[in-house]
Design a protein around this ligand. Structure first.
Ligand code: SF4
Length: 333
């Protein structure tokens, strides 16, 4: 029987309810805004948390009030036996929403196994619906395979909503705005554009690279009028419905419209580090504590201390902003 614990609250009074778990730093894509062409130096096998260790940390956090767990990477589907991890986590009492973010390349292969294992929602990252432009950005000629993966998970009616995340890049995504809007209208998938954040492998990000969500919204609105929907508490996206009722589209604007005030998210990296913010400059080593035999009460104190110091907000755009050493591929969205 899992012991129920006090809710996890940060020093700003925000209750933590959402955990992002990176299950690997490895990825089968080489997206320009994330990773150098040759990839990055991967973590060694023994540095990566085992399924048992992930399950133990997740179960503890669920007993402290976390109800939403999102599995990310790198690319989570490249981790061997990943559906087995999903099944272990789906069995944790109190874990209400177990979801996945994937680049979709292996989704056609794994869709049925993931649903059977207990995954509840899926976000697929696609930055262009045009083959050559998809290749240009990901350095992989894989759009068709990804769309087959999306169709495979789409056949499972229980997996809703299905969201498609597109990173918004200046002088690239403007051309993708209307095609993605029509994709959302035709498929019923909720497309969301995500502003480019300073978490790239090359550390080359500049504010000029950011295409604000509002610019994309205007391009779409001019063709398919949009109406705003109320924002859900702690939500990252500003969601709009098409005025004629033909679906929804969203904008995640961490740079131009930060949503930190009611942030309820923390992250666990593949090598067992707790990050209290996407842009944290420091981390708390849970793997070391686990492997030196800490008990759950000790682990709880370690987590509470770290979360109490959770950052109020990110400082992107502030003078003196420092890009974290760890890249997005090693944090997981
Ligand atoms: S930047 Fe940090 S504080 Fe802001 S919403 Fe993201 S994780 Fe939360």
């Amino acid at each position: 029987m899992v012991k129920s614990r006090e809710p996890l609250v940060d020093g700003h009074g925000r209750e933590i309810g959402d955990l992002r778990v990176s299950v690997t730093d490895r990825c089968n894509f080489r997206c320009q805004y994330c990773m150098p062409a040759d990839g990055l130096k991967w973590l060694e096998r023994e540095e990566i948390l085992t399924f048992e260790e992930i399950e133990r940390i997740v179960a503890l956090l669920v007993s402290m009030g976390v109800s939403d767990v999102r599995l990310t990477g790198g690319e989570p589907l490249v981790r061997r036996d990943f559906p087995k991890l999903v099944a272990r986590l789906a069995a944790i009492p109190g874990l209400i929403d177990l979801s996945l973010t994937t680049n979709g390349y292996l989704l056609e292969r794994d869709a049925d196994a993931l649903v059977e294992a207990g995954i509840g929602r899926v976000n697929v990252s696609i930055d262009s619906l045009q083959r050559d432009r998809f290749f240009q950005l990901t350095r992989r000629d894989s759009l068709d395979q990804v769309l087959r993966g999306l169709a495979a998970i789409g056949r499972h009616e229980s997996i809703r909503p299905i969201k498609v995340n597109a990173v918004a890049l200046r002088d690239f995504s403007e051309q993708e705005a209307v095609p993605f809007a029509e994709f959302a209208r035709d498929t019923g998938y909720q497309v969301r554009f995500i502003e480019f954040m300073p978490l790239d492998g090359d550390h080359a990000w500049t504010p000029d690279d950011v295409l604000p969500g509002d610019a994309l919204r205007e391009i779409i609105h001019a063709v398919h009028p949009l109406e705003p929907l109320p924002r859900e508490p702690s939500s990252t996206a500003r969601v709009f419905r098409f005025a004629d009722g033909q679906g929804e589209i969203g904008f995640i604007n961490p740079v131009s419209e930060p949503f930190c005030d009611d942030c309820n998210r923390i992250r666990l990296t593949a090598d067992g580090q707790l990050r209290t913010c996407l842009f944290s400059l420091g981390e708390t080593d849970l793997r070391g504590a686990l492997r030196s035999g800490i008990d759950d009460d000790g682990l709880e104190s370690l987590v509470r201390e770290a979360v109490w110091r959770k950052e109020l907000k990110h400082r992107v755009g502030d003078p003196g902003f420092q890009q974290p050493a760890r890249t997005m591929s090693a944090i997981g969205g």
